[in-house]
Write a protein that binds this ligand. Structure first.
Ligand code: ADP
Ligand code: MG
Length: 250
């Protein structure tokens, strides 16, 4: 029996409310922690600079760079949180239209070209289908998140393939977007939790690379708003594929 088909008895409702409350408490704790880390650093370096200036020394530009980096982190985090809440609450309406898959994919890859080049990583794409019904801004965001992750978490000189195809799953027709890499792969015990807010395999590494830990949960919510879903398939040592399924209305 799936959770969708469980009858809504009082006990089930209470259980669901308890779970939602626990998640809310955890979320507030996580957000506070994520905000505190860069703020503590900004405070510490600002105090040091202030002390230096008061003693007649000049401000160390390295310290100022750290302050700027942490300010950017805070801003990225707050932007992602606001975006996630707009998508989740439905406050931000979807504007679905028929999008040219080749055009939008080429646009996103172009945008990430420099980053890919800096890691000598090749991003290729092939499209077996021409159009997908989606919100252009949100589809751009989904693809950017997934391709950016693939470039970021794969070793240099990796290969990434972005593809579009039709497929049938659970007797339904879908348009599938795949982002595959030949990186290190993700151990199976992480796979279930990967789409949770702030879940990262390696927190330090993700933060160092400017990640907020919210990218995949944003992808998940965007796909849900499109009546679709996102899946992940990964093998340690050979790579990872993220699959986004959009309903095929034809
Ligand atoms: N293609 C990938 N290969 C390996 N690990 C990945 C890949 N994509 C995502 N991950 C893992 O999933 C985590 C969550 O990704 P995401 O939600 O985008 O957060 P962020 O990139 O900000 O850390 C990453 O920190 C990383 O550990
Ligand atoms: Mg990411």
């Amino acid at each position: 029996m799936t959770s969708d088909s469980v009858p809504p008895t009082d006990a089930n409702v209470i259980e669901a409310l308890k779970k939602a409350e626990k998640m809310r408490i955890e979320f507030v704790a996580n957000v506070s922690h994520e905000l505190r880390t860069p703020l503590t650093s900004i405070k510490g370096y600002t105090e040091t600079i202030l002390q230096d200036v008061e003693e007649g020394k000049t401000a160390d530009p390295e310290f100022l760079k750290i302050i700027l980096k942490n300010s950017n982190r805070l801003l990225a985090l707050i932007n992602d949180l606001l975006d996630l809440s707009a998508i989740e609450s439905g406050a931000d309406e979807l504007h679905r239209s028929e999008l040219d898959t080749a055009e939008i994919t080429a646009h996103v890859i172009k945008h990430l070209e420099r980053f890919a080049e800096s890691k000598q990583t090749l991003v290729e794409f092939k499209a077996d289908i021409d159009v997908v019904l989606a919100d252009p801004k949100r589809l751009d965001q989904v693809m950017t998140n997934l391709i950016d992750n693939a470039i970021k978490y794969c070793p240099p000189k990796s290969k990434i393939m972005v593809s579009w195809s039709k497929e049938i799953r659970n007797q339904k027709k879908w348009i599938a977007l795949r982002v595959s890499d030949n990186g290190l792969g993700i151990p199976v015990h992480h796979l279930d939790r990967l789409f949770e807010r702030f879940y990262r395999m390696d927190k330090g590494r993700s933060r160092e690379m400017g990640g907020t830990g919210l990218g995949l949960s944003i992808v998940k919510h965007i796909m849900q708003r499109h009546d679709g879903q996102v899946l992940v398939d990964s093998t340690v040592g050979s790579g990872t594929t993220f699959i986004c399924l959009f309903p095929d209305h034809q």
